[in-house]
Design a protein. Sequence first.
Length: 155
Amino acid sequence: MALADSACNLAQLNIAAMKEPADSPAMAEFMANIDRINALAEAAPGFVWRLAGDPPENPFGPSTLVNLSVWRDIGTLSDFVHKSAHIEIMRRRREWFTRLPVATTVLWWVPAGHAPTVQEAASRLQLLRERGPTAEAFSFSTHFAPSIASVRMGY
């Protein structure tokens, strides 16, 4: 059963394994842009919520940055990621981050008003890595419309 768009939002997690410690000179330019890019996201159409600051518990380890946010839908998130100044940073990501052989971004539907935890997001990323794209954990290239089953998984 499909849900009305207003009944749910799109959650996204992306992680990045730093090549150097966050306070190193090699990471300085990236770190100097975090506040600017976060402000850009918060002002973007469709933005709902983001995890501010470092997660209280990082299941990916201390050298991995965690970005967790909620958006109105996949279109507004995609516009921010691919059509805003965010793309300038993405084009340079190999300067700062190690390419991982597994998925580092996952998308999933959440009930409107829900702010996912890092642990919830980590379980969705693991689901994507184990099963590939499904209605419960998917990617930009293979995404699904929200359904009652996909939105309620884990609640």
